[in-house]
Design a protein around this ligand. Sequence first.
Ligand SMILES: Cc1cn([C@H]2C[C@H](O)[C@@H](COP(=O)(O)OP(=O)(O)OP(=O)(O)O)O2)c(=O)[nH]c1=O
Length: 593
Amino acid sequence: MVLNPVISKLSGKLVVLASASPRRLEILRNAGLRFEVVPSWFKETLDKRLFKSPQEYAVETAKQKALEVARRMPFKHLKTPDIVIGADTIVTVDGLILEKPVDKDDAYRMLSRLSGKEHSVFTGVAIVLCHEKEKIDYQLIDFYEETKVKFADLSEDMLWEYINSGEPMDKAGGYGIQALGGMLVEFVHGDFLNVVGFPLNHFCKQLDLIYNRCPFSSDEESASVELHHNTSEMLKQEFGVLRSWLKKYFRGYSTVKTLGYISHFVFVFITFPTLLQALFTASKMGVFDLLQRKPGLDAAQVAQEIKAAVKGTEGLLGACVSLGLLQSKEKFYKNTDLATRYLWSDSPFSLHGYIQHCNETLWPLFSHLESAVREGTNQHERAFGKKANDLFQDTYYNNQSVKLRFMNAMHSIAKVTGKAVATAFDLSSYKTACDLGGCTGAIAYELTKAHPEMSVTVFDLPEVVEMSEHFHPSHTDNRVSFVAGDFFKDELPKADLYILARILHDWPDEKVHILLKKIGDACTPGCAVLLAETMLDGQTAYSALQGLNMLAQTEGMERTESQYADLLSKHGFGDTRVVRTMNFLDAFLAVKM
Ligand SMILES: Cc1cn([C@H]2C[C@H](O)[C@@H](COP(=O)(O)OP(=O)(O)OP(=O)(O)O)O2)c(=O)[nH]c1=O
């Protein structure tokens, strides 16, 4: 029995574990994976100073381990594996990377450093997919997982007894959490198996990406391997809901051979505007709301209800069926599960507001992308005939319906991302939080749900606060309160934790500094700032396109992790941590030093 269906996708393939670690072997065997073990000969001697972060070092070492085996096997073993898996586990504390101790004294140095402190365990994983045609092509997928581990205070006797047990010697950081070393540990945050040497859950998610989510997964597809990977990454990590219907869209075409050598990827780019407009139009005309209330209408009935021509409605409904947004049976239509979850306006995870915002605001701005690129500025004046000196006051909040649409859009995204942001870190030590620019309070409610002892003040402009009650959940929580004010001008409410969710990306550095200075001044040491932003580091499709979005729409920009760390460090914040939530937004925590 294989619990995770994606593991069964590997049956019949030659899977190789490029590791001598008995723990990795056991974790993968227990998961039902069948594989051969070919330990890597790669010497773990990369220069650590060349890496920006410890995790990059672990990932690079994992890559080199896996690639060495993938390249060696066709010659030394006379067979080409389908998949090679490599991994590298490191422990980091006080800015140092700890690998396996070389002797007992080294183990002593490592363990005494860990005593009484929290440290991070990173495992970098590399999956090499080998494709053999005339020559062998290698496709590389890598990722890492971080787990936090807190050690108890260790006495000298305990340390030496543990070292003399022999257990530390073949383990990163000099301990094995799965055996005697477990007695040294006070708590673990994150994937336990990641500490033992292999992040099984994250690995299965990656396999799922590779084998289940790739729209071009049919064998005859001619698009390049590189394209497969980028596209599947893009679909999985970034486009969230869009991925499902894109997948259907591609599947619909995967049997069309007449496209010849034009890959489906190129094809979808050319037709993308029509695809988006079908979604925008059906959403704007209320098709999904109607079919949620009255499933099973035919095209003529839908046309009557949405006040449109029957011919046009038939075309629109047909397009929605082809995109997997609607189902039709004997000419009667209803929403698919996807539309029920995300597209009708009252669904708890509705993206309706955001779709409207994309249609009414982003689309016109993007039609002037060329000017935005040439001038390096937002395009409100060209798109809407009005200069946006202050993005919010001049564009979104000076008209009631535009304001409501914008708040709906922000609410949509916050509901879909709020939980991931609220639970990205252990925030149990923060009892009071202030969500600056927290709009409808969607993230604040997620925070109080996730942290029973926390109360959250949502601080936003008076014109936003006055309308926020339209968005309150039915079970309101008296730990969430709203305060009206301008975070650039007014005094900030007192809090241990300040939240900035998609705020800094709206502003240029000068304005970011004004805001961070105010937060820095309001914070005492130990207080923190939690950012929720799309980090540019991965240069994934979503983050790169978000970068363009900010260019066309705002005075600000999307930034990298280190740019945020840099901005915050100028105001006394450090000890930064980032969690990639696999949702639209990444979470970033920095503590006032
Ligand atoms: C922190 C910790 C590490 N470890 C182990 C996992 C890894 O096997 C080892 C870290 O060394 P690695 O260099 O990651 O792996 P390895 O040398 O064992 O195997 P290979 O290089 O061939 O892949 O530490 C534990 O078993 N328990 C723990 O609690």
